[in-house]
Design a protein around this ligand. Structure first.
Ligand SMILES: *Cc1c(COP(=O)(O)O)cnc(C)c1O
Length: 208
């Protein structure tokens, strides 16, 4: 996987070191994770707070853990305490609660705003037309400094235009990080400027 990412980066005229692999370990048995960890992978993604804690508590030293799934406000406290990166900031109420927890705990996970580029009703994320105002509100009303944007394109559409849209929104808001691309489309995402790719099944095998 590291080699495929490096080839995709080079093919796009980019430095492979500018693309981070977030290995998505959700729903994977430890037997699948242990060899990846032993091979030196240090960055992992999880989509549920409690599942992540069960899997990684006591083992997370030296690792970087990303929350990539929707976050309920009543789990924000645990999420701020546990994760290094929260990629799924998608509404004002959550911004407010995260900001309060950052204050209380003195711990500041890096934050990404999730954008629903396909405007799918069942999917989380700020709509593209609301993104600029939301990012501004994060900064001015809540004192949060998101470092980038995340998206999950509609499964049935070519992802390229969604990746391009995410990049455009990031650039006009002065955000340098783009979390985009999964097992089926990470090479495309890298061509469109992904700085991190969230890859699960192509790293660990099908989820159980
Ligand atoms: C599960 C998940 C992934 C990884 O999906 P794969 O297709 O297994 O690579 C990436 N991003 C998010 C938000 C996910 O929930």
């Amino acid at each position: 996987m590291v080699a495929r990412i490096a080839r995709a980066a080079q093919g796009a005229g980019r430095d492979p070191r500018d693309v981070t692999l977030v290995a998505v370990s959700k729903q994977q048995p430890w037997d699948a994770i242990a060899p990846v960890l032993a091979a030196g992978q240090k960055v992992f993604g999880e989509n549920r707070v409690q599942e992540a804690e069960a899997r990684w508590a006591g083992k997370a030293d030296g690792l970087t853990l990303h929350l990539i799934g929707p976050l309920q406000t009543n789990k924000a406290k645990e999420a701020v305490a546990f994760f290094d990166v929260i990629e799924s900031l998608d509404r004002e109420k959550l911004a407010r609660v995260l900001a309060e927890e950052v204050q209380k705990q003195g711990r500041s996970p890096r934050i990404y705003v999730q954008v629903n580029t396909g405007e799918e009703p069942q999917k989380a994320g700020i709509t593209p037309s609301d993104a600029d105002a939301f990012i501004a509100a994060c900064r001015t009303s809540f004192g949060l400094q998101p470092e980038g944007l995340m998206c999950i394109p509609p499964a049935e559409e070519p992802p390229g235009p969604h990746f391009a849209l995410l990049r455009t929104i990031a650039e006009r808001n002065g955000l340098s990080k783009l979390s985009m691309g999964m097992s089926g489309d990470f090479e495309t995402a890298i061509r469109f400027g992904a700085t991190s790719v969230r890859v699960g099944s192509a790293v660990f095998g099908a989820r159980t």
